[in-house]
Design a binder for this molecule. Structure first.
Ligand code: NDP
Length: 259
């Protein structure tokens, strides 16, 4: 299926590794030029170079912290230099581990800035670029935890729930400008970060630990691959999904325990 994405410009935050890198590669495979961002310059630059050489597209690396207004602005400027964004995936994010009783205000604020304000600031600015090109698509990468919380990460659950609601509110405004906004809620996606955590918790038995997590949480009894999620994200941002507006999609191997 031709997704009609050739020569579009896609901005993906947190694109240096894991899910974001997988999404960036999947867009590049369709002929999109990409702007990928992360804080660690060496990693995001290496990822961009590898995408450009593998897929023959322009891949621009931006090293910035999306949890600040300045960090978002450099991303907007980079997209403008490529002619403006057609697609934006708000993906940068990370898990947490705390209790409400013990977490300080600063921790709440930093996750709010990372998961919510980055999406607010970038979507507001990139919408102008999209509108100037006739329209576009945005995808908020929230989490199944936005609707089905995990007990050990209340700050993650709450800020991802905020991102989910933001995506819905944004959609109402943006569709009037021919910009489609949707939300994806992944379940267990096997990333280097999950593998690192498993090694820390279970040593040589880390593969068995990951299997036990999948057995406990996902009906399909395995983690999803980055590619399985990325293909879905690229489709939903493509003109092939032109009637999908303001929805949240679970890509979770059956992890969601309700409708
Ligand atoms: P990774 O830790 O593998 O990658 C996170 C990416 O975000 C990296 O590129 C990282 O680069 C970047 N990043 C983190 N903080 C910032 C920041 N402040 N500013 C700019 N970039 C930042 O995570 P995953 O690929 O696993 O997760 C990606 C997204 O998917 C997250 O939002 C996560 O919550 C969500 N998700 C993941 C699931 C999973 O099972 N893996 C399940 C559900 C949702 P750097 O550190 O250099 O800044």
């Amino acid at each position: 299926m031709d997704l009609h994405l050739k020569d579009k410009v896609a901005v993906i935050t947190g694109g240096s590794k894991g899910i974001g890198l997988g999404i960036a590669k999947a867009f590049a495979r369709e002929g999109c030029h990409v702007v990928i961002t992360a804080r660690t310059a060496a990693e995001v630059e290496a990822a961009a170079a590898s995408i450009a050489s593998e897929f023959g597209v322009t891949a621009q690396a931006v090293a910035s912290d999306v949890s600040s207004a300045e960090g978002c602005q450099v991303i907007v400027d980079a997209a403008a230099r490529l002619g403006g964004a057609d697609i934006f995936v708000s993906n940068a994010g990370t898990g947490s581990n705390e209790t409400v009783a013990n977490a300080p205000d600063e921790k709440w604020q930093s996750y709010w800035d990372l998961h919510l304000m980055a999406a607010v600031r970038l979507s507001r600015a990139l919408a102008d670029q999209m509108e100037a090109k006739g329209g576009g698509a945005m995808l908020m990468n929230a989490s199944i935890c936005a609707v089905q919380p995990l007990w050990y990460e209340p700050i993650y659950n709450v800020t991802k729930a905020a991102l989910l609601m933001f995506g819905k509110c944004l959609s109402v405004e943006m569709i009037k400008r021919n910009i489609r906004v949707n939300v994806v809620n992944p379940g267990l996606i096997r990333t280097p970060d999950w593998e690192k955590t498993a090694r820390e918790l279970a040593g040589d038995g880390w593969e068995g630990y990951l299997q036990s997590v999948a057995d406990e949480h996902a009906d399909i009894r395995r983690f999803g691959s980055v590619e399985e999620l990325a293909d879905f994200c690229v489709f939903i941002c493509s003109p092939r999904a032109s009637y999908s507006v303001g929805s949240a999609y679970h890509v979770d191997g059956g992890m969601l325990a309700t409708v």
